[in-house]
Design a protein around this ligand. Structure first.
Ligand code: ADP
Ligand code: ZN
Length: 516
């Protein structure tokens, strides 16, 4: 049967989602494959269909025990023979599954990575015909991923010891270059075909809101969405409790969810939300792993997360049913301090801290850009550019565009003269004409750009420089204490081929229709 026929006959879907067919073709043709798909993008079909097309038993490595059970149950309902091996099984059950696996009874066998090295498993691979090993959450193999698991390192070893090396297909939703390269290297993928696809979510309206009083914003926001189900993410337990309290005072019911609560309390909150007994849940990022509630109409972020992967994963819990939904991020630059602090104080070597710091910069650029937010995200995840979405806070911003080419040239010329040795703050001080001690010590007052923007406040100059970074006229590099240099795009401006236009923002008005 063709892949398409299986999709129709077994799953009952009419067509493939973007990328699915290409990924399946690549695997079935025998190539190692790296597929980068967003959560909810439909990756299970991408290894389940090949498993049905190839002879023998496909192994699926997955770290999420509850997800394994869900998938095996779903496959069984569809009439596909599948089972799992993980720590939730009793000794008896475990043996039973193994025995049947030895008989070649399963088309798919899900295995937790910790099991991969066990001698029993070694035996399995010797006795079974294994055409394909699908590795879910493959970023767990990478130190650069947000969820490194040493057991994933054993995978590569175990696979390389297998007599007939099967096709290896790795799946992840984490798309940064470091992680992708790590996956290929660590899992020893042989000339893999790589697919990045499906990150655009056309039913989501993305917004960034800056410069509001958060409490007032919340009041109005909830008033207009009283009937809707939504998730509100806040950065800390304390913050979650404060927002939760506030919502109660406003007269709404809301659940509370964070790591400081008992398992029972968390389970109850999650269930109440999932089954629509409570419309709103206020949570830290501990909430969400594995929940798949279809009708979440909005995800509101009270604070900016530390990187775009986390943000998009959390925001992406809105609109899983394909209906129009909103993802709103309240951005206040002072919320960045906590992230910087955590990076500084965190474990990990300098290189890792530098990676985290540059992820935080990307996240902030998302908050500051005038470009289409959906495009910004898709671009970040390495997918080919898509059309502007037409519904994000940038696309809907009808505020006046101001020609700021002159100020941009001043900033660029100052940055060029500082020769990549200083950060945004020092560049701002020079433009301001400050008599800061460090500035004077470095003799920066002798630069011709010193004091060029002396009418403007230092804070505004910093904002201006950060905006130029967000729009990719300038770039930051060097990790935790980044220095600023000219980016490729600045050349067009310097050569007079491009003008710099900046919007006066009016985001809040669009989101709060009745506030006028
Ligand atoms: P993830 O990528 O997070 O593992 P899943 O594989 O669980 O996502 O798929 C997410 C949802 O999309 C599931 O409900 C799945 O049945 C559905 N889905 C996957 N492929 C298709 C398709 N081609 N057409 C319609 N629905 C699909
Ligand atoms: Zn847009």
């Amino acid at each position: 049967m063709s892949a398409h026929a299986i999709l129709k006959k077994i799953y009952g879907y009419d067509q493939f989602r973007p990328g699915q067919e290409e990924i399946i073709d690549s695997i079935v043709s025998g190539r190692d494959t790296l597929a980068i798909l967003p959560t909810g993008g439909g990756k299970s079909v991408c290894y389940q269909i090949p498993a049905l097309m190839l002879p023998g038993t496909t192994l699926v490595i997955s770290p999420l025990i509850s997800l394994m059970k869900d998938q095996v149950d779903a496959l069984t309902r569809l009439g596909v023979s599948a089972a799992f091996l993980n720590s939730s099984l009793s000794q008896e059950q475990y043996k039973n599954v193994l025995r049947r696996a030895f008989n070649g009874e399963y088309e798919l066998l899900y295995i937790a990575p910790e099991r991969f090295d066990a001698p029993m498993f070694q035996q399995l691979t010797e006795h079974l015909q294994i055409p394909l090993i699908a590795i879910d959450e493959a970023h767990c193999v990478s130190q650069w991923g947000h969820d490194f698991r040493p057991s994933y390192r054993q995978l590569a070893l175990a696979i390389s010891r297998m007599e007939d090396r099967p096709i290896v297909a790795a799946f992840t939703a984490t798309a940064t270059k470091e992680v992708a390269e790590d996956i290929v290297a660590m899992l020893n993928l042989q000339q893999p075909a790589t697919f990045v696809t499906g990150f655009a979510r056309p039913n989501l309206s993305l917004s960034v809101v800056t410069g509001v009083h958060k409490q007032d914003f919340l009041t109005q926001f909830l008033k207009e969405r009283a009937e809707q189900s939504g998730i509100i993410y806040a950065a800390t337990r304390k913050e979650v409790e404060a927002v939760h309290e506030r919502i109660h005072l406003l007269g709404y019911q809301a659940e509370l969810y964070h790591g400081g609560l008992s398992d029972a309390a968390r389970a109850e909150a999650q269930e109440n939300f999932r089954f629509d007994r409570t419309k709103i849940i206020v949570a830290t990022n501990a909430f969400g792993m594995g929940i798949d509630k279809p009708n979440v109409r909005y995800v509101l972020h009270w604070q900016v997360p530390g990187d775009l992967e986390s943000y998009y994963q959390e925001a992406g819990r809105a609109g899983r049913d394909g209906e129009e939904s909103e993802c709103v991020l309240l951005f206040d630059a002072s919320d960045l301090f906590i992230h910087r602090f955590l990076i500084e104080q965190g474990l990990g070597d300098e290189q890792r801290k530098a990676v985290q710091a540059s992820k935080l910069h990307e996240m902030t650029s998302y908050c500051r850009t005038d470009a289409c937010l959906q495009q910004f995200i898709v671009d970040y995840f390495g997918e080919r550019a898509v059309e502007p979405c037409g519904k994000c806070s940038s696309c809907l911003d009808t505020s006046e565009k101001v020609d700021r080419t002159q100020e941009a040239l001043m900033a660029m010329s100052c940055v060029a003269r500082m020769r990549g040795r200083f950060g945004v703050t020092m560049v701002a001080k020079v433009l301001k004409g400050s008599s800061d001690k460090r500035l004077l010590a470095a003799k920066l007052q002798s630069l011709s750009t010193y004091g060029l923007l002396k009418q403007t406040s230092e804070k505004e100059i910093v904002d201006w420089l950060n905006w130029l970074v967000a729009e990719q006229y300038l770039q930051l590099s060097g990790g935790q204490y980044p220095v600023v240099t000219l980016a490729e795009r600045s050349r067009l401006v310097i050569e007079g081929k491009e003008q710099v236009w900046q919007r006066r923002r009016s985001t809040v008005k669009q989101l709060l229709s009745n506030s006028s």
